[in-house]
Design a protein around this ligand. Structure first.
Ligand SMILES: N[C@@H](CCC(=O)N[C@@H](CS)C(=O)NCC(=O)O)C(=O)O
Length: 238
């Protein structure tokens, strides 16, 4: 199999943005850390590859191994590569960079969503930074979610998809960000989406894409949970 995706098992995390692109493009891949260890999988295989990814080692998962050799890291970078190869990005430079720009903006949103439950120390538990998390989440809910979704709403003013008439990996990623935010912040998202109908409609259109729908209904789609980026801590919503 030409593609091996490396991402922590048991959660969607940032690996999900890459899975959605691979699934939508019907590209076969091996999800290494989810495979049995007696078949060369498991988290140990991920860690080993992380440490031996020369000459282009990745700092952190997700990363993609191509043809058993080349290691590509950083979610947006992996998607730039896959989008170009598998029909999920425009073919011209300006269009490709625009989609990359959108993806990097989604990456910023994802990082901020993560920081609501880990605002101080990435290596400490949420339970050890609850007051700071409450303050960070309040600002994220009231200012940052509306600003990010409002931005994508504006981008969608003149086209059905973010980058024009065709769905790209950035649309798949926006879908993932929206459903993740709905999981983590249901009350705040209900308020916010009332003002961003185009974003809501795009999310529904992505979910209805046949291969995405089949993936979402499959066992490969791990449910959101409190080890991922989008976590439901009711005290952080409102
Ligand atoms: N900017 C990177 C972030 C990668 C990242 O933070 N990965 C997390 C899991 S979602 C991780 O394992 N981080 C380990 C660390 O930062 O030490 C990307 O978008 O891929």
């Amino acid at each position: 199999m030409p593609y091996e995706l490396h991402y922590w098992p048991g959660l969607q995390g940032r690996g999900e943005f890459i899975r959605l692109a691979l699934e939508d493009a019907a590209v076969p891949y091996r999800d290494v850390a989810r495979a049995p260890s007696d078949q060369g999988g498991g988290p140990d295989a991920l860690v080993e590859r992380l440490q031996t990814g020369a000459p282009h080692p990745s700092f952190a998962p997700p990363f993609l191994v191509v043809d058993g050799q080349e290691v590509l890291g950083q979610t947006a970078n992996v998607l730039l590569f896959l989008g170009q190869r598998h029909g999920l990005a425009p073919s011209d430079d300006v269009g490709r960079l625009w989609v990359n720009q959108l993806q990097l903006t989604i990456a910023d949103l994802v990082a901020e969503a993560h920081d609501t439950h880990h605002p101080v120390d990435l290596d400490a538990y949420y339970a050890d930074q609850k007051p700071e998390a409450a303050r960070r989440a309040a600002a994220f809910r009231t200012a940052r979610i509306p600003k990010f979704l409002g931005y994508f709403e504006r981008v969608l003013e003149n086209s059905a998809w973010l980058a024009g008439s065709a769905c790209t990996y950035a649309d798949l990623s926006l879908f993932q960000a929206v459903v993740g935010l709905r999981y983590a912040f249901p009350a705040a998202m209900a308020r916010c989406e009332a003002k961003t109908p185009r974003v809501t409609a795009l999310t529904a259109r992505v979910a209805a894409r046949p291969r995405v729908a089949a993936y979402l209904a499959s066992e490969r789609r791990v449910p959101f949970n409190e080890t991922g980026i989008f976590r439901r801590y009711p005290e952080l919503d409102g």
